[in-house]
Design a binder for this molecule. Sequence first.
Ligand code: ADP
Ligand code: MG
Length: 545
Amino acid sequence: MVHSVYSETDVFLRELISNASDACDRLRYEAIANPELLVEDPELKIRIRADKSDAMLTISDNGVGMDRQELIDNLGTIARSGTRAFVQKLAQAKDGSGLIGQFGVGFYAAFMVADRIEVTSRRAGSAETWVWRSTGSAGFEVAPADPETAARFSRGTEIVLHLKKDAKKYLDEYEIERVVHAYSDHIQFPIMLIPGGKRPTGEPRQLNSASAVWQRSKSELKPEDYAQAYRSICGAFDEPAVTLHYRAEGRQSYAVLLFVPSGSLFDLYDPARKSHLKLYVRRVYITDDASLLPSWLRFVRGVVDSEDLPLNLSREMLQNNPQVAAMRKAITTKVLAELESVASKEPEKLATVWSEFGAVIKEGLYEEPDRREQILSLARFTSTKGTGRTLAQYVDELRENQTEIYYLAGEDLDRLKANPKLEAAKARGIEVLLLTDPVDALWTSLRLDFKGKGFKSLSQGEVDFSLVPLAEDAEAEAAAGTTDTPAVDESAVIAAVKLALGERVSDVKASRRLTDSAACLVAGGTGPDRELERLLAKQSRASGT
Ligand code: ADP
Ligand code: MG
């Protein structure tokens, strides 16, 4: 773990607080159309109480609450992809470690510290209070709350954790405060600690600063504040690789706080491929489904808070809203500009970001033609000249008479490097890009160019290097006679090979692309690239389509 000062199980509290905060957000959103919901008990809050005598930790909120069916649907199943990933990991992990460092483990994280959980909830506007009970593995039950409990409940959710023996440290008020500070400080609603548990020994104490970080000015925020906000907003454990915080003014005004994670994201290849930026309107959370960034920037996480959008805009209407479309365009431009600035100021950082998310960014090459040039300029490649190569470098170092950008695609870098098709290029000092991402199959088929140079596969059709002079060392070797071969009768050899291979090949040709190897397989000039076909087949197997 990057942050070994924190214990891995701390994440449960962050998850429960974030659910409580979501529930408050959702109630505030519903109250836009139905203000009555908030009339009684208008101050949205999260409360934490620790009862040492019976090892119970209680987290409650006066948010939207859940009815019976919602308790069953939301807590009773592990249909959510994040939860499913987490539960799978939980089953695989031998010692319970290495479970986190992932995003969005959700409600089930509570079973890392509790062997029994009771959730009592009343949906805002409903008269019924329900209790959900579970011991984790053994399923769950849902029953009406007893009259006494129901009587003290007006709305919201109360979660009681019966802590495991080795998790009793979370009954310590100091410990609770530490975890809240570390992960949940920026939560917008007050998080109150009720000292002394069931029989309070003092006034409730607010543990967080409860201000929207993105509304604060850049000058008053330190890198730690951003890191904290990142972990809390994005449910992450690492440091953000890139932070982008600005306020747009002009035709529309909105605050933006975005992060590029430094670690991997479990949901990066979810079939929906959605961007998850959270949209707020004047501090009220609306949705994370507003497509504020294109899907090829879906690894960027964070918040956009608009001053202009109407609050009562339905989530469905957001999809076709021209203001949202304009924001999306502007934010995309900003993100790319930020990545460009990182590329010039901290090239190593860009290389890490690229190695984590480059495959996703390259989807933009076919999804957004307008951004192609920018994306190709940002792109980093492994080539026969090394790693982290840019196309600008490639084009700057073109060999005499070289007019194309050459590439070779395949699943495995080591095998690519050993591919005999590279030999003739090597002999002439021609750089070859080695492409191993499945998405490379798609964008290379678009026949793009960079600075007027097209992309050309070495494993497809005719490749003629004869106009490019031999590299100096190859020339020296040739002069020394080491690569001299006795003249052969090509047509006789070809006839013999054709006879031996029969129908298994469509043609046999003498080639100038090899120097050391005797033969190689090549796809026809017009058919699809063999290696790319293989990559695509692999990708569709992996995604189950
Ligand atoms: P996520 O928060 O990513 O949706 P979780 O596993 O954390 O996933 O929670 C699952 C669902 O349970 C939530 O989406 C929400 O509908 C419901 N839920 C959890 N906690 C609460 C709560 N305190 N109040 C209302 N609903 C809740
Ligand atoms: Mg959650």
